[in-house]
Design a protein around this ligand. Structure first.
Ligand code: SAM
Length: 229
């Protein structure tokens, strides 16, 4: 039986890769990569050479059947995204589902994803939380904020730096003013920083110091101390 290995890769610090991930990337018959140049550089850093095949979100629908055939005719293949865990706001899910449907063994390696250091490092309760990925840019965004305003669990969001201020303004508009927010920036990188405060406080901070780098937002759970207008 063929095996597809889902292999997480570092989200910044290149030391954050497991020994098992390195072995699989070396031993797999080929590696499906979101961006073959990015993964090529990563493999070069670890002195691994392997065949890289492009598998990105724009072609995933079209190529999934061909990929399944290719994996079936091999002993094993690995899938990676540019950073972190494939399928988490990245390509991977369609292939994983197709492999399961085609009796291909799917093995997911534990490893880096921006979600876990953000929720653990924010300091809000993390025994139970929800992950929303990127909010929709336009349609459905308000509905999401209204749901988050009532959410009794901590909420983890991905956001780009140039939309952070817009998101904070929306939090000021939709969430109880005393909900605590954490903006986790550049996790595992040189300028890693966790900014904590209310949405209004963080908005004031980022108005003065425009955000740079990669960002995860964590919003504390709504409790009885939080009254939405
Ligand atoms: N698959 C990845 C994972 O497992 O985390 C996520 C990929 S998604 C396309 C990229 C988003 O993840 C970024 O816009 C940011 O929200 C978040 N992210 C990735 N690396 C990060 C880092 N080092 N620090 C903070 N956020 C990060």
């Amino acid at each position: 039986m063929s095996t597809l290995y889902v292999v997480p890769t570092p989200i910044g610090n290149l030391e954050d890769i497991t020994l098992r991930a390195l072995r699989i990337l070396k031993e797999a018959d080929f590696v499906l990569a979101e961006d073959t140049r990015t993964t090529g550089q990563l493999l070069k850093h670890y002195e691994i050479s392997n065949q890289l095949i492009s598998h990105h979100i724009h072609n995933e629908h079209k190529t999934v059947e061909r990929m399944v055939d290719q994996i079936k005719s091999a002993k094993s293949a690995a899938i990676v995204s540019d950073a972190g865990t494939p399928s988490i706001s990245d390509p991977g899910f369609l292939l994983v589902r197709a492999c399961i449907e085609n009796d291909i063994n799917v093995v997911c390696l534990p490893g880096p994803s921006a979600i876990i250091p953000a929720i653990v490092g924010c300091g809000f309760p993390c025994d139970s939380f929800i992950f929303e990925g990127f909010l929709p840019h336009k349609k459905g965004r308000q509905t999401k904020w209204k749901a988050i305003a009532e959410e009794p669990k901590s909420v983890v969001l991905y956001e780009s730096p140039h939309r952070l201020k817009k998101a904070l303004k929306e939090m000021v508009e939709f969430l109880a003013p005393n909900r605590q927010i954490c903006v986790a920036r550049e996790i595992s990188k040189l300028h890693e920083n966790f900014h904590r405060g209310t949405a209004a406080e963080l908005l004031e901070y980022f108005e003065e110091k425009p955000p740079k780098g990669e960002i995860v937002i964590v919003i504390s759970a709504k409790t009885k101390e939080h009254k939405n207008d």
